[in-house]
Design a protein around this ligand. Structure first.
Ligand SMILES: [Zn+2]
Length: 211
């Protein structure tokens, strides 16, 4: 968890590589569905491009379908879900159904200034979803993905107005979730304003400890 731009996606890919688990990113699933011309993706993108949250029903459904795949039996990482208390309650139901549970909720702390700066400089690979930053994590060739040679672009929801809106929505709808998980004793805070590698290190410390 963490506000938009806190580095959730990048940290998620490091976690899933180290602990060998699938990453379930609702944002990425919606973008994939959109690129494939699927109606769920086209519907979702209407919300996402303006910086709004996709409705709970659509979001819960795409996660439920994903959790039913075989690769989630041992472990999995959720990235960008749940984003509302209603989604967290729905997730609890899904986990009961699959006889599973959450071990940890990692919250990446960051300030709004840092977030604006990061998101406006963010570029994403059209093909594999890898993320870059024009100052801190530049691709070797301008506009080209290091991983798969795909084309890099700026996500529509990374524009200034959209970022502002996403931060407001985060404060009102997503922040209450912190209390929801803190009450259960599974919430861990990590300082997201440090060097990218240090943030990863801190997350690994938390996860190694609860394994
Ligand atoms: Zn790529």
């Amino acid at each position: 968890m963490g506000p938009p731009g806190a580095g959730k996606g990048s940290q998620a890919s490091r976690i899933t590589t180290k602990y060998e688990m699938p990453s379930i990113s609702t944002g990425q699933m919606f973008r994939d569905a959109y690129n494939a011309g699927e109606s769920i993706g086209i519907n979702a993108m209407e919300f996402i491009k303006d910086g709004n949250l996709v409705s709970d029903d659509i979001t819960n459904e795409i996660v439920r379908l994903r959790l039913h795949k075989e690769d989630t039996t041992t472990s999995f990482l959720l990235d960008g879900f749940p984003r509302t208390v209603a989604q967290a309650i729905a997730l609890d139901g899904m986990l009961v159904d699959m006889d599973s549970n959450l071990d940890a909720v990692i919250n990446i702390l960051s300030s709004h200034d840092v977030l604006f700066e990061r998101m406006e400089q963010r570029r994403v690979c059209k093909k594999c979803g890898a993320t870059y930053h024009l100052r801190f994590k530049t691709p070797s060739v301008d506009g080209v993905c290091d991983v798969c040679s795909g084309e890099l672009y700026q996500r529509e929801d990374d524009s200034h107005e959209s970022v502002k809106r996403r931060l407001e929505i985060y404060e009102t709808k997503t922040k209450p979730l912190l209390e929801y998980y803190s009450d259960r004793g599974i919430l861990y805070h990590v300082n997201g304003m440090q060097d990218f590698d240090k943030v990863t290190e801190d997350i690994f410390l938390v996860l190694d400890d609860i394994k």
